[in-house]
Design a protein around this ligand. Structure first.
Ligand SMILES: CC(C)(COP(=O)(O)OP(=O)(O)OC[C@H]1O[C@@H](n2cnc3c(N)ncnc32)[C@H](O)[C@@H]1OP(=O)(O)O)[C@@H](O)C(=O)NCCC(=O)NCCS
Length: 338
């Protein structure tokens, strides 16, 4: 019955969040630390971005090790064994290596021997894209369980000579274990995803791929680093996030007051505040933790979701709105009843 997506029962299935987990490295870089690396100040960084500290991977810490620890914590909260997982998706732009995928490393590290696993490259939208894909597999009845992870070690592709970008980014991983459920309205209610490849130059890391292969000298050695057009991204992000929120509310027949917590991608506190004002979200219903972690790309939303749940800010039955925007360009959202 469960494997037949054409049955009435299968059509009612929802992807329920059964557990969340997150993991960040112990090492911290403060704004004060950056004043010794580039010409900047705590005051500039705080007022322009809202960031105070970010966590940075140390020796032996990689995208896969952070992911695996976040996954173990999510499985523990879900009360599930790794062998029960059927699907693992890791959203990342800082994979363990070119191949195999980070997801395959995670599968091995946590012992999820019955899952199939793959990576998803959608920059900061990696986790919301991943939830959207997992939702399709679970609501169709094809699979009953999934693990979606957003994880990055952005410090490994950050140009610490570029003060316009290096102060923004941090490392970490967040995970959600999903279970197919046929009990009422709980679970992922709606997902929506977009891309605009014509704007790829706004956010990029150009080496080493097919266009700039290993072994061929780069025309500019800085191409190995992440490069952003901050001002362009800022303006587009505000517009797209507002559009996504309106679409989600309309499609789910919800009002702003029905959303217990809006969890946007943590890219800049000013962007989040501006979006919140335009949508009339009160401050207590917009989650911001960029002050502690900086922008962790695909990891930012699942880390925030996990913090919200573990700190008791959310309870069963609450509706959350997740919205991401990032390189590609990519943007997307999920509406979830917990
Ligand atoms: C990056 C970002 C914080 C820059 O803020 P901003 O207000 O747009 O600042 P600007 O880039 O216009 O720079 C303003 C001035 O500050 C300077 N500046 C840049 N970084 C600085 C730093 N770390 N410390 C001090 N001054 C800095 C610039 O050189 C510029 O000086 P100038 O006016 O003399 O040329 C902001 O645009 C942003 O958050 N953008 C989106 C971030 C992003 O793309 N994230 C990744 C995708 S999710």
């Amino acid at each position: 019955m469960v494997n037949n997506p054409t049955t009435k029962q299968a059509r009612r299935l929802r992807a329920l969040i059964a557990g969340t987990g997150s993991c960040v490295p112990d090492k911290i870089l403060t704004n004060e630390d950056f004043t010794k690396i580039v010409e900047t100040s705590d005051e500039w960084i705080t007022t322009r971005t809202g960031i105070k500290t970010r966590h940075i991977a140390g020796d032996g810490e990689t995208t896969a090790t952070l992911s695996a620890e976040a996954a173990r914590r999510a499985l523990k909260q879900a009360g599930m064994a790794p062998e029960e997982l059927e699907l693992i998706i890791v959203g990342t732009v800082t994979p363990e290596m070119v191949f195999p995928s980070t997801a395959c490393f995670v599968q091995d590290m946590i012992g999820a021997c019955n899952a199939w696993a793959f990576d998803l490259s959608a920059a900061c939208s990696g986790f919301v894209y991943g939830l959207s894909i997992a939702q399709q597999f679970l609501s169709s009845g094809r699979y009953r369980t999934a693990l979606v992870i957003g994880a990055e070690t952005l410090s490994r592709i950050t140009n610490y000579k570029d003060r316009g970008s290096c102060i923004l980014f941090g490392d970490g991983a967040g995970a959600a274990v999903l279970k197919a459920s046929d009990s009422g309205s709980m679970g992922v209610m709606y997902s929506t995803s977009f891309s605009d490849g014509s704007r790829w130059e706004a956010l990029k890391c150009q080496a080493y791929g097919s266009r700039n292969p290993v072994g061929v000298p780069l025309e500019n050695p800085d191409l190995v680093y992440m490069d952003i057009n901050g001002r362009e991204v800022y303006q587009t992000a505000v517009r797209r996030i507002v559009e996504l929120a309106k679409e989600c509310l309309e499609k789910c027949d919800l009002q702003v007051e029905d959303i217990a917590m809006f969890i946007p991608h943590q890219m800049n506190a000013r962007i989040i505040e501006s979006v919140g004002k335009r949508l009339n979200f009160t401050d207590d219903r917009i989650f911001i933790n960029i002050d502690k972690y900086g922008n962790t790309s695909a990891a930012s939303i699942p880390i925030a979701l996990d913090e919200c749940l573990r700190s008791g800010k959310l309870k069963s039955g609450d509706i959350v709105l997740l919205i991401a925007f990032g390189g590609g360009l990519t943007w997307g959202a999920n509406v979830i009843q917990l």
